[in-house]
Structures are given as structure tokens and as C-alpha cells.
Design a protein. Sequence first.
Length: 429
Amino acid sequence: MKAWRYGLVVLLLLGLFAWFAHPVEAKVEGMICEDGKCQGDTGGSGCDVTCPPGNPGGGGKKEEPPTTPEEPPQAGGNSTCSLIESVPTGDTSAKGCPLYRNKYFCLVGQEKAYEEFVVEQCEPKTSSGSPICTSYIWTGTGFTCNSDCFGFSISAYVRFPGFCIDVEPYPVTLVNYDTAVRNSCMGTSTGTGHLDYKGNGTPSDPRPGDLRDINFTLELRPYDGNAYVWLPKLPSPIILPPADPNGSMPYIFRWQQASHPDAGATIQAGQIKGLEEAPPDMYMYEGRAAAPYRLFWRLTYERYTVIEEERCVPGPKRDELGNTIYNCKTRAGIPNNDGHIDKVEVDRRWVSHQRGGEIPASQIQAPPHLLADLNGDGTADALWNWVGLTLRRMTENYFIEGKTYNFGGKIYWGVREGQGQIGYPGQAP
Ligand SMILES: [Ca+2]
């Protein structure tokens, strides 16, 4: 094993130890708080008194993305690793969380290596000790989170939102020709499950503690706004910061090799639905793009609440020894105390409540290809949004042309030999 690999393993193990040793999952960034504390939640729920009131989503620590193509990693320096496989071991950690064996592909300079680490995936806990999402149902476009942790069952479905990679020239470019990609239109999505009423009473005759108008909302927000593009024969991934879709300069790169089968292009345009404008027998490079997302949850409801106030009520209070105590006057102007302070019901009404927070990606039971370990430390930092990818063709001046493509997270690109050719691909010379 080479020295840098020892270093990498030690670093990862140290990171894992720090992760196990500190209850980091107890602190969830971006809690929604009420009156400076979190409604109904206790330690381990992700709520604590340090979260600022009414300020969800702030303060999350940013993870460093993998080294960008412009700054290729040097041997002995930082490495880039990507999670390629995550398999449940069948065992659980000391904390009772399921253990997964994660396999990584790591790159340091020209050196390649596979690394394996066992990590745990815990769900955030509520005050009742249950995870926010008791179970997940993953579909091609999003997922359902079923929750039993609030004292009743409620589900919400959220789709992955759309995001755009603007491309030019597309779908065919030339060898050694300026080719452009740009990240724009990255969206946010929410999905809400609803219950009208939960409790022992009815909407017209409620009992104290009954809940109504319960909304459980999931929200997918961009992790940092960056999009990741992997293209064959190019330094990958290309990490694209968010751009203004109306004329912002894109990232420019050049292919050095035409998309022939001997260069790894094995699919022909005619086999790809939606690429009818390219010559059907032309071989295309196959790449992919995704954007990392964070998952947030929110529960809003009204609780039927007995409102009490301290009042002076007639008669004495008795203490533990049976003594009678008068400590207030029921009317102004009388010489002696004739009553005692006690809590008195003054009203019954519906009171709004809200709770929420982030479900860290490391605690989401998701298929491995959806878990984004952006810094290669063995812990997922985000969810990969593949399905929301739309490719938008740009004009040569980098304005949106109107033509779009959707290949479910894939990017097909044809690259022709450019010698002797003048003008843009697709145009007659
Ligand atoms: Ca990570």
C-alpha cells in the first residue's frame, strides 16, 4: 500500500472515530423553532436551545466539494473519492443503527484505488424515540416518507425538483472546439401529507389535546447550488456553480477525441429516444449529471388547548402539612387576604404549532446511488438528484434556445472530427 493510501485510510478512520465518538446526529442544522426553543422536542431530536427563532436552514457547515478539474489533485495531496456501492451488513452499531459496507473509488493524481469502510446510518430521533421517517418508499421520481413518530401515522411524497444543464453546441460538437455547459434553474420542491383531525373528540366537539389541520411537509433544497457533470474522456466531475440562465458565461471545455466506439462511445443516436436530430448511426459519448440536495421536514398543526391563568380564587390553599393559606385578596379594598392564587381555566382554543428540521442524508435509508458523499469521508452529505436533469440547448451567445432534452440524469454527446470544417456543428459548411 502506498504512503498516500495509508494517510487516506488513517484520515478516514479518524473521521469515522470522531463521527462515532461525538453525537453529531443529535444536532441538526436548520431547526424551525418557537420562542427560542423547539416545540415538544428534547435531546436527540435535533432541537436544542441554541437554534435561532424562526430561522430555518441557516448555519449548516459547508463540506468541501471534491477537487475541481481546474485544480487536479496531486499525488500525496487531497484525494477525491466517490461512493460506488453501499450494502447492508445485517449488523447494527452500538447505537442500534444499521451498518452498511460502503465501497469508494478514490483518485489521487493518477493513482486509483478502491477503499471499503463500514458506516452506520441512523435516523434522527424525535422525543418519542422514533425516527422521523419510519419507512421510505422510493419511486423513479421521488419518495414517500411514512412517519409514526408524532403519535399518529402520516405520509408525505416529494418529487426531486428540476434543474438544468445548458449545453452548446448540442447534441453534436467537434474535437478541439469550445463546448459549453452551464448550471441554471436549480429548483426546490415540497410535498405535503394532510390529516384533518386526530383526537378523542370531533371537529364540532373537540377535547383538550385534539389536533386538527395537520400538515407534514418534506422539502428538497439544493445543497450548495452546485451541479456535478461527469463526461467521459474529460476530468470529472466538472463542478458547476449556479449561473444566471440569461447570458452568464458557461464552463468551456474541449474534447480531444471523437466519439468512436474505440474511444468508449458505444451507443448510437438512433438508440436514444429524443435524439432524432443526430445522425442515427453516430456513436455518442454517455455522461451524466446530478445535483446534491438536502431534505427538510416540517409538521404544522393546531392543538385544542386549555388556556389557564393565575387568579385569586376565594378560600384557602392547603399545604403539605394541612395548613390553610390565604395569600391574596379576591376584591380590592378589603383588609385581609380572603383567597389564594391558583390556576383557573379562562378559555379553550386552537393553538398553532410548528416543528421541523433537517433529516441528514447520512440518516436517510436511500438506495446507494442516491447518497452523495461529497467529501469522501464515508458519510453521505446529500441526496443526488438525477431524475430532475433537463438539458437545454443554448445559442452560440449562450442564451436559451428553447430545445430541451431529458434522459433521466444522462447526457449523450456526439463528437466529430473537426478538421476542415467551418461553422457550427449541424450547419452545412
Ligand atoms: Ca461526506
